[in-house]
Design a protein around this ligand. Structure first.
Ligand SMILES: Cc1cc2nc3c(=O)[nH]c(=O)nc-3n(C[C@H](O)[C@H](O)[C@H](O)COP(=O)(O)OP(=O)(O)OC[C@H]3O[C@@H](n4cnc5c(N)ncnc54)[C@H](O)[C@@H]3O)c2cc1C
Length: 421
């Protein structure tokens, strides 16, 4: 890494002495070349992580990342920052668990504080049947070498004393599945940390530079068009989250997914009151407190296909009603902001990773509102695919072919109803 971009004690001292006026640009705009070996379309966490690992793991740096907006303007910095790997199906678990391992060292790897905080992810069960299903999940996790625990009524109260477990609730709490290694990571730091590292390795990152067309010749990708010029390339990766179907169609590819609004909300900041991430399963509402003191809340999708980045009031009311059931003190806080992101949700609710029917064109899509936690693992695996041409074992169950083969990967058991995922 370029030592000028480092944040060592020495460099902080040196720049302090010169009045902090000589810091280099965080992300300088490079001169665009006519061709690159690889073009990554989408400068969100996933695309930038792919760029970082291409350089760090494979020494591949003749790469351009073209981002339609600004770094951290997409879902990466719109999400509720939760990371965990408490999945039942093996393939889902393995990918997210590998990501958890990468999260724990990422601050050191990037020399950039991404603030991974393993505060514990507490998933509440509201009936004995649900708790039994959670026990199955916890056992599956333990058999694969992960830590997980099942808590019953009073143990949940002990783990999260702020929870209101009085029997007056519409949905009483029967217990919880807890993954202590789950928690939160500072989302925009992730995007910027990966961008900075990729740029320092010589990869070109262009902001305000959307892909407007993909040129395919004899079934092979040959170029990506942008307002800043046509970029010839040998390979490209589509990594654009909510815009996946629109960008894939530029290459004539129809993806089996819907783009649906998902919202998040944040309250005014108060003193630290909650040290875990808590999920209320009866209807979905989850809460954590940021280091600044705000409570971040999220819930299910708005339930209809849309590219708009504003949400319905119905969902806000729904999320808040459940959050207040858990933590009645939240009713005294003011809501500061709410926003939404465009979630790309496939028919089985799981990601699509790997090759497309166009030679040299790869896809990373379908993460919906669950892909932040996988960011470093996705980057690691997509970099491996682009650099070696081999499908990594961790992504093999998620290839596009699974839809043609009837090998869907439905973690939630909801079937082909993306608005319910
Ligand atoms: C409200 C909300 C809450 C969520 N909460 C969680 C959570 O707690 N935990 C979790 O694991 N996941 C969560 N997610 C999901 C998670 O945010 C996404 O799955 C993940 O961030 C996807 O990463 P990405 O890099 O693919 O997406 P993005 O960050 O959206 O990156 C894609 C980029 O592509 C760019 N782009 C689009 N079109 C073009 C084009 N034509 N050319 C070039 N660039 C283009 C966009 O501008 C964008 O920056 C949540 C999502 C939302 C919306």
């Amino acid at each position: 890494m370029d030592p000028k971009l480092g944040y060592s004690g020495f460099s902080l001292l040196k720049h302090a002495v010169t009045g902090n006026r000589r810091w280099p640009d965080f992300l300088a705009e490079p001169e665009m070349r006519a061709s690159y070996d690889i073009v990554i379309i989408g400068g969100g966490g996933h695309g930038l992580a792919t760029a970082h690992y291409l350089a760090a793991n494979h020494g591949v740096t003749n790469v351009a990342v073209v981002e339609g907006g600004w770094i951290g303007g997409g879902n990466t910095a719109r999400n509720t920052t939760i990371v965990r790997s408490d999945y039942l199906l093996n393939a889902s678990f393995q990918l997210k668990h590998f990501a958890l391992k990468l999260w724990s060292d990422l601050t050191q790897d990037l020399n950039f504080n991404v603030m991974y905080e393993p505060r514990g992810y507490v998933d509440l069960a509201h009936s004995d049947g649900e708790l039994e299903h959670f026990t199955l999940r916890a056992n599956a996790m333990r058999m694969r070498g992960a830590e997980a625990s099942i808590l019953t009524g009073q143990e949940v109260q002990h783990r999260v004393p702020e929870l209101d477990l009085s029997g007056r609730k519409r949905f009483p709490v029967a217990g919880a599945l807890v993954q202590e290694a789950g928690g939160v990571v500072r989302h925009d730091a992730v995007a910027w940390g990966f961008a900075r590292s990729a740029a320092a390795s010589g990869i070109h990152v262009f902001q305000n530079c959307p892909a407007t067309g993909i040129d395919v010749k004899s079934g092979r990708i040959v170029a990506v068009n942008t307002p800043k010029g046509r970029i010839a390339c040998k390979q490209a990766l589509i990594s654009v989250a909510g815009s996946s179907s629109a960008v894939a169609q530029m290459a004539g590819i129809d993806l089996p997914l819907s783009t649906i609004n998902v919202q998040a909300l944040v309250t005014e900041p108060v003193k630290p009151a909650l040290d875990a991430v808590v999920n209320y399963n009866a209807g979905l509402s989850y809460v954590s407190q940021t280091s600044k003191g705000e409570f971040v809340l999220g819930g299910a999708t708005d339930g209809y296909a849309s590219y708009a980045r504003r949400g319905s009031f119905e969902r806000i009311e729904d999320v808040l009603a459940r959050a207040v059931q858990m933590f009645p003190f939240l009713s005294r806080l003011r809501l500061m902001r709410h926003w939404s992101g465009s979630a790309d949700i496939p028919m089985d609710g799981n990601a699509m990773l790997g090759r497309t029917q166009v030679d040299g064109l790869m896809i990373n899509a379908g993460w919906g509102y669950a892909g932040f936690k996988a960011t470093p693992a996705v980057g690691w695996c997509m970099a491996e695919l682009l650099a070696t041409g081999k499908i990594p074992d961790l992504v093999a169950p998620f290839t596009l072919e699974r839809f043609a083969q009837g090998a869907e990967h439905d973690d939630a058991g909801i079937g082909p109803y993306p608005w319910l995922q």
